[in-house]
Design a protein around this ligand. Structure first.
Ligand SMILES: Nc1ncnc2c1ncn2[C@@H]1O[C@H](COP(=O)(O)OP(=O)(O)O)[C@@H](O)[C@H]1O
Ligand SMILES: [Mg+2]
Length: 366
């Protein structure tokens, strides 16, 4: 077991005009036994980051420490990190038991110990009943567990999973999420789970590290990322449906600060603390954000008037797409909301749910 610390890590592929700066000044601290998800859109540098942790890719600059030990220049076998990929890479002509035991066999572990470890891992992964089967006879979910088991069997200090669920259907995914959580609880290993799917990341991890464009955007628990997103990217990427954004002017009159949304009659009132910070910082143009979940039909003193464009029935909720002038935004309303296109509607919010970002830097002001 180990804590993992990435310090100003950079990865540049190639050199000259065609080079790719895949990871830029990345800092990340993962505590011993913690479960962290590395989340970000495809191409943002997740796989490059974890390949550097494993030692499969050289680090262009920066350092990676396990506990106090600098691992940056060590070979993969000296780091004791296990990695499971999306693809199973199981040996089709080996039984499940032989597949599981293989990493121990290559290391010359004797057969009694091999058998004992295999049984242990099979128990944890609940695949004891298929130890004598061959991979091609098994389902995708079962093959996935065996591949996890094979990565885990040699007691890695750090366990990394790269997009292991991307190809699974929703039902299997749900089971795997549950299995992985249980696995982490039982093994208490330092785990890094890489995904582009925010639902997986938020469901699984103690903390989520959000990457975009080769850079770390924010590291935090679910609550922090959802309620205090560090910038527009995180506010947009975390949460479903995504946050509504408005370009707005800051207007302060008689010590009351309001946000006047461009090209519409919309006015958003932020809470006292946000208003105070806005007055202090002297911003006059901002990007305001409010989540569709925080715009509803239960009355508060604060509301936005709009016209319904689309009313989509989603089962538990209705998703309204509405407009006011040039502003289009969304609200999650109760399922019995019957109003249709063209009807006027008033959507209510609490000032505390209004987020305000710097228009230029896109960073959270308050
Ligand atoms: N071996 C490589 N050589 C050149 N460019 C690469 C290589 N591997 C990845 N890249 C580039 O680095 C960027 C980040 O890729 P990657 O780390 O795989 O992102 P992710 O896993 O988040 O999808 C992408 O632009 C990708 O094309
Ligand atoms: Mg990847």
């Amino acid at each position: 077991m180990a804590n993992v610390s990435l310090q100003k890590v950079n990865k540049i592929y190639g050199s000259g005009p065609g080079s790719v700066h895949a990871v830029q000044d990345l800092d990340l601290d993962i505590a011993d036994g913690e479960f962290v998800a590395l989340l970000g859109p495809s191409g943002c540098g997740k796989t490059s980051t974890l390949r550097m942790i494993v030692g499969l890719e050289t680090i262009t600059s920066g350092h990676i420490f396990f506990d106090e030990r600098d691992m940056s220049r060590l070979e993969p076998q000296e780091r004791n990190v296990a990695m499971a990929f999306e693809t199973y890479a199981l040996y089709p002509n080996f039984t499940v038991e032989e597949n599981l035991a293989f990493p121990l066999e290559v290391r010359g572990v004797d057969s009694d110990v091999r058998r004992k470890k295999t049984e242990e891992i099979a128990e944890i992964l609940q695949i004891t009943d298929i130890l004598n089967a061959f991979p091609p006879e098994l389902s995708g979910g079962q093959q996935q567990r065996i591949s996890l088991g094979r990565a885990l069997i040699r007691d890695p200090s750090v366990f990394i999973l790269d997009e292991v669920m991307s190809h699974l259907d929703a039902h299997l995914k749900f089971r795997m999420l549950f299995d992985l959580k249980r696995l982490h609880r039982e093994l208490k290993r330092t785990m890094v789970y890489v995904t582009h799917d925010q639902v997986e990341a938020l469901a699984l991890a103690d903390r989520v590290a959000v990457m975009s464009n080769a850079k770390m955007q924010q590291v935090g628990d679910r609550n922090t990322l959802y309620n205090r997103p560090a910038n527009v990217f995180v506010a947009d990427f975390i949460g479903e449906p995504p946050t509504n954004f408005f370009t707005a002017c800051v207007a302060t009159e008689d010590n009351e600060t309001r946000l006047l949304v461009d090209d519409s009659d919309l006015v958003l009132v932020p809470d006292q603390s946000t208003a105070g910070k806005l007055r202090q910082s002297g911003h006059d143009k901002v990007t305001a954000g409010i989540r569709p979940q925080n715009l509803g039909l239960s009355e508060t003193p604060y509301s936005l008037k709009a016209e319904i464009d689309i009313n989509e029935y989603l089962g538990e909720r209705s998703m309204l797409t509405v407009q006011n002038g040039a502003a289009t935004f969304q609200s999650l309303a109760p399922p019995d909301m019957r109003a249709g296109p063209g009807e006027a509607i008033q959507l209510y919010y609490e000032p505390s749910s209004v987020m305000v970002f710097d228009f230029e830097t896109e960073k959270l002001i308050a």
